[in-house]
Unconditional design. Structure first.
Length: 88
């Protein structure tokens, strides 16, 4: 019964866990953060977010033109989106 209850709890996939760890690392860096892309480029019909990096198409295409602080803001937003998935 406990196994069944635990299986109902939302969890992050291995790729999402890696993204979460990368976000924490990138937000500690002083230089411009790296792209969140993990080469799982597939847009979710339900959320409108990439299933790999949790960004919208607009956020993905605008990455290269963002200032370093705007890139950090995007990483923070990704962290929030991952957290929201866990709480759903």
């Amino acid at each position: 019964m406990l196994d069944r209850l635990l299986s109902l709890k939302p969890r992050l996939s291995p790729a999402e866990l890696r993204l979460q760890k990368t976000a924490a690392r990138e937000l500690k860096k002083e230089e411009a953060p790296l792209s969140p892309c993990i080469s799982v480029c597939r847009m979710s019909d339900q959320t409108g977010l990439c299933e790999g990096c949790f960004r919208t198409l607009e956020e993905i295409t605008g990455w290269g033109h963002r200032a370093p602080e705007a890139k950090r803001d995007m990483w923070r937003l990704i962290q929030q989106r991952l957290q929201a998935k866990l709480q759903a």
